[in-house]
Design a protein around this ligand. Structure first.
Ligand SMILES: [Zn+2]
Length: 403
């Protein structure tokens, strides 16, 4: 018996180490300090990992790519405005790649980057020393085949606009709805008054809406992202079209300086924004790719350049019809912003042949809105309103066909 227990213990020990080896590395802390002319960042890690660094301009950023890691940072605000560092973001960039993006206030140089082995109380530490250089010297840096180039190529789908795939309809036909939870991974979106991230609210809302839509039996629903991962804006549009979307619903939440402002609003695509506020909001939402550390230098032309105008106009009409119905339903469920249906050039609404709307669920900068949006019951109420709007939108289309 005793021998058996020892053998068992040995087995458990073995399994234990195997498990530990297979487990992903976890980042457990980050510290930033200045040393003379340099800004030093130190990330604590449970395992040794490979990493890549590179710099970007417009605006100046430093990007650190790691294999997919876990994050267990202490519950305090991330360091900001120390030395050259303005802000820091982290998260999943694409499957297998975790990314840290540093916003810096001058043309950056990576003076040193290395991993220290555990020592005493310390774990593995990834150390990045940032310096600064002149604009001219930064621009003169040789452009080698940076890891950025390969990442971009893999991320961006070719802009050729293929016809939407013909979806073979089962009878009775299910309508295809694609829900787009805004932001994700290295792009947290806006940050709420109590520290909640927009990316988590949007995913929770999208999941709830999917469940409720599918419960009706009328809809087939897919999400542009299933987990906390970064998805470029163009890729979201591409995924919607690939799925054969007949309706595209992008979910967001806003934050602004005035903490009293609250309420939901609905947006459809337009070249001209309905007002300055809306234009600023679209600009902010369209910066998602930039925030995630994507380089736009070698970008292929915008989807919007190859749009077929007629299809687009029809989709815009349909989008507007759905938006009006959505506002009517959601007004019954929650407080809405004045001029609830607004127009602006959101990149994610640019599929020429898919009626698309973007919903800003509320303001995470407002205590009441934030509290409500963190509540599952409230999100379920909003979803109910959205389901009614989606249902009557398709009922109207089906009615029109019969005539
Ligand atoms: Zn957003």
């Amino acid at each position: 018996m005793r021998r058996f227990i020892i053998a068992l213990a040995a087995l458990i020990l073995c399994l234990g180490t195997a498990e530990a080896r297979a487990a992903e590395a976890v980042v457990t802390d980050v510290r930033v300090g200045t040393q003379g002319e340099m800004t030093r960042l130190v990330f604590d890690l449970t395992e040794k990992v490979a990493f890549k660094t590179f710099t970007l301009a417009k605006p100046y950023r430093v990007v650190i790519d790691l294999p997919e890691v876990g994050w267990r940072l202490p519950p305090r605000p991330l360091p900001e405005n120390i030395g050259f560092l303005q802000k820091l973001r982290y998260g999943l960039f694409q499957p297998g790649v975790s990314r840290i993006v540093l916003d810096v206030n001058s043309p950056p140089t990576i003076e040193k980057s290395f991993i220290l082995n555990p020592e005493g109380e310390n774990r593995y530490r990834l150390v990045i020393d940032l310096g600064t250089t002149s604009k001219a010297a930064f621009n003169a840096q040789p452009k080698t085949a940076s890891p950025q180039a390969t990442v971009s190529a893999a991320l961006f789908t070719p802009p050729t606009l293929k016809p939407k795939p013909d979806i073979v309809r089962e009878t009775p036909a299910k309508r295809i709805v694609v829900i787009d939870p805004g932001h994700g991974g290295v792009d947290p979106g806006t940050i709420g008054i109590s520290g909640v991230y927009e990316k988590h609210i949007t995913l929770a809302m999208a999941r709830e809406l999917k469940i409720q839509l599918e419960k009706t039996g009328r809809f087939k629903v897919s999400l542009t992202r299933q987990r906390d991962i970064f998805v470029p804006l163009r890729e979201r549009v591409f995924r919607a079209r690939e799925a054969g979307a007949e309706l595209f619903l992008s979910i967001h939440a806003d934050a602004i300086k005035n903490r009293k402002t609250r309420g939901l609003s609905v947006y459809t695509l337009s070249e001209r924004a309905s007002d300055r506020e809306t234009a600023a909001l679209a600009e902010k939402e369209n910066k998602a790719d930039l925030i995630a550390g994507i380089n736009f230098e070698d970008e292929t032309p915008e989807i919007s350049n190859i749009l077929i105008d007629l299809t687009r106009r029809e989709s815009m009409n349909q989008s507007a019809k759905f938006a009006i119905g959505l506002v009517t339903e959601l007004r019954r469920k929650t407080k809405v912003l004045r001029n609830t249906h607004r127009f602006a050039g959101f990149a994610v609404l640019k599929a020429p042949d898919v009626p698309s709307v973007l919903v800003e669920l509320g303001f995470l900068s407002n205590r009441n809105d934030e509290k409500a949006l963190r509540d599952k019951k409230y999100r379920s109420q909003l979803a109910k309103g959205m389901v009614r709007a989606v249902s009557s939108y398709f009922s109207n289309i089906e009615e029109a066909y019969k005539k």
